[in-house]
Write a new protein. Structure first.
Length: 371
């Protein structure tokens, strides 16, 4: 803006005061606009969000949690961790939410490891499992010999862990058991229902959805050594963690708050997700669908926010000894050439204290009042 003296030499002090007030108002408005500009954050997902894992994002948007943190958050879906990680490494997205196996494996490639580090443990307990139809003769991992196992895509970062589980059971993927790409969610469900495959290697929440759809299944768990290893988590370029630590803290705190909101008021979060993703809203009895979706979300949060014994977890924290045991099992199964991995370079608990730095009781009251 150009500043000029009053046009008339004889302008009165009152006129000049009015002019000065106008300039001050315009300047303060400009400063206010700049001060409240939201920091844009893009999160790359390896699979399409469903109500169990997408509801926290929708709730954070609907309740203003991201805005309270001065953030504008958008999610983008890529086909598996293999497609997602280069986006984060190239800084084309702010954060990613992949499984940990591909990043760990990058340390064995003989090339420079990916310049990435996990900062938020989103799935601290292993949710991956094998599911077969309830009337299937398959009851153990060993029973999958000479069978076909469905996954969404062969780029999925969860496949190495599944292969390791099968090897521990005495099988050899690619020889006497085969992975087949069948698509995510409904496409995979249909492949199992029509016997195109013998089992699905999906996460427990997707299997919950399959059961809610009316298909009876039997679940086969991974070996115990994999139960507390890290699953999906938020990852960022090391430059982002170094140069924008406050952005990391604000995002992690808002995401944690969103999970607490969804635990306190799952129906609100389900409705927020349906509003944000209307194509995901199932047809039929609305009350029934809302109850089932709320139960699905509640089950997921119970696995994420609490240990199997029911003790509260510290949001975002990585259990490095448990991860090391899982890596050793992966190495023994031939998925990794060794168990010598610099965990501190891959996983960080540096920002964890900030993720729970809010008034939990006040947030729960706010959540329960939300419609």
């Amino acid at each position: 803006m150009l500043f000029r003296k009053p046009a008339r030499a004889g302008a009165t002090p009152a006129a000049f005061a009015k002019f000065a007030a106008f300039v001050a108002l315009g300047t303060s408005t400009l400063f206010a606009t700049s001060a409240y500009a939201l920091d844009e954050v893009t999160v790359a997902l390896a699979i399409p969000p469903a109500v169990h894992d997408g509801a926290p994002y929708a709730a954070a948007e609907a309740l203003g949690l991201f805005k309270d943190a001065n953030l504008s958050v958008k999610t983008i879906v890529f086909q598996g961790a293999g497609a997602l990680l280069p986006q984060v490494a190239g800084k084309r997205v702010t954060f990613g939410y992949p499984t940990s196996e591909p990043v760990i494996a990058s340390y064995f490639s003989g090339k420079d490891p990916l310049p990435l580090r996990y900062f938020y443990n989103g799935v601290p307990g292993n949710t991956m499992e094998f599911a077969v139809l309830a009337d299937s003769p398959i009851r153990t991992l060993a029973d999958l010999k000479d069978k076909q196992i469905g996954v969404g895509a062969l780029t999925w970062g969860t496949i190495p862990g599944g292969r390791a589980a099968l090897r521990i059971a005495g099988l050899e993927p690619g020889k006497n058991v085969e992975y087949v790409a069948v698509g995510a969610l409904g496409a995979g469900f249909q492949a199992l229902r029509t016997h195109r495959i013998d089992a699905l290697n999906f996460n427990s929440s997707w299997d919950d959805l399959l059961e809610f759809s009316g298909t009876k299944i039997r679940r086969i768990a991974y070996p115990a050594v994999f139960q507390e290893t890290a699953g999906n988590g938020f990852i960022a370029h090391v430059d982002t963690l170094r140069d924008q630590p406050d952005l990391v803290r604000r995002f992690g705190r808002a995401y944690t708050q969103a999970q607490i909101v969804c635990e306190a008021n799952p129906a609100f979060c389900v409705k927020a997700f349906w509003q944000q993703h209307p194509e995901s809203r199932p047809a039929g009895d609305e009350a029934k669908q809302l109850a089932e979706a709320s139960e699905l979300l509640t089950r997921r949060l119970k696995r994420v926010l609490y240990t199997p014994s029911g003790a509260p977890r510290i949001p975002g924290q990585y259990d490095l000894p448990a991860i090391q045991r899982g890596i050793e099992a992966m190495a023994k199964a031939g998925e990794y050439p060794s168990a010598e991995v610099p965990l501190q370079k891959i996983f960080s608990n540096e920002f964890v204290p900030a993720f729970s730095d809010f008034d939990r009781a006040a947030l729960i009251r706010r959540a329960k009042a939300a419609q």
